[in-house]
Design a protein around this ligand. Sequence first.
Ligand code: GLN
Length: 448
Amino acid sequence: EYFDKIKKEDKDIQAFVTLCEEEALEQAKKLDEKLSKGEDLGLLGGIPVAIKDNICTKDIKTTCASKMLEDFIPPYDATIVKRLKESGAIIIGKTNMDEFAMGSSTENSAIQTTKNPWDLNKVPGGSSGGSAAAVAAGFAPLTIGSDTGGSIRQPASFCGVVGLKPTYGLVSRFGLIAFASSFDQIGPFAKTVKDCAISLQAIQGNDPFDATSVRCEVEKDYLSYFERGVKGLKIGVPKEFFMNGLDSQINQSVQQSIEYLKKQGAMVEEFSFPISQVGLSAYYIISSAEASSNLARYDGVRYGYRTKNYESIDDLIINTRREAFGEEVKRRIMLGTYVLSSGYYDAYYKKALFLRKKISQEFKNAFKDYDVILTPTCPVLPFNIGEKVDSPLSMYLSDIYTVNVNIAGLPAISIPCGLSEQNLPIGLQLIGDHYTEGKLFQVAYNLE
Ligand code: GLN
């Protein structure tokens, strides 16, 4: 059923870059046999799942939406893919994204431009735009994305679905193609908060293949949070997230949700979080620095694209990278190399690291007073395709409410909170302290 729908409707939306119909039907048959024997199918038994194309899938092309990896077929599954399969999920395909997850609109894909299912002239957000659009269009009940600075939450907001960025380390990054390793985190998209919670349960937990993955006990029963209500919970609203630049319709919708939470018995309070305003600058410095180092591996020698045009090894590397990386990726590599070079390291990179520490401390302080922090997910409504492609800075600004969360490694969820006059989705973000995903679900469920 899902494949029929995708084949009919994805021509217009272009959420998928690869479909794995044969493998999926085979897997479904196996599950069917298990079912007829009365065996347990697992937490996600029989659920069709689509995966962002920067997550390695064994024997299935994983392109990162880049010419550099257009023919790359990983010899192994990412841990998350392994865990999805172990819990009975069926992988139906790979979804489009901004090249190497750099972008906020999915227009930086070297393969195709995904459209927003709510309005085909609008972007679906990014970088996990394909995964968000696939859920919104009804192509899959569950999809997986990655979030380095907002790439799950912002497209979830633009496409009117739920998107969760878990605590850094809660979900293994093994097999996720690295962008900025100290920020990158994998998480789910779904139509409901409950679906996100169930899938988190299936994919989370320590992984010996990822040295940054969680070592402490993790919550095993997120569903127990759902019926608790919000009475007595303290919710902080940082006033800096509601100042100039915020679309008035988004503001209005978020205020309505705040009123609703108050009526349900939550204690909602405004507070000041001024350091959050430098988060965007710190994010783009640190993430580009890490990207410039991570992307050094694409040299045309070991795997991926190789230029035909070379006489020396230097030529080989230079021409490979010149021909196969897109504009935005090159911009990040140059920016990252610049802020790491001698003379600029102290002025930019070190300063950004200092701010990173400050931001994390300020969040810790805020969580002494509040259970959850509530903000809009994005300051603007889904914009037109092409509108921001020539203006990287205005594209970067759409991440202003999401990046601080990655800087501090916190969990955050974006949930739909109404529609604009133009019938475009609006998203609300809830941020929690490390490993308090349960509380996020508790509040988010009440707002659904
Ligand atoms: N839009 C942000 C960027 O371009 C975030 C990307 C992401 O989270 N992968 O860096």
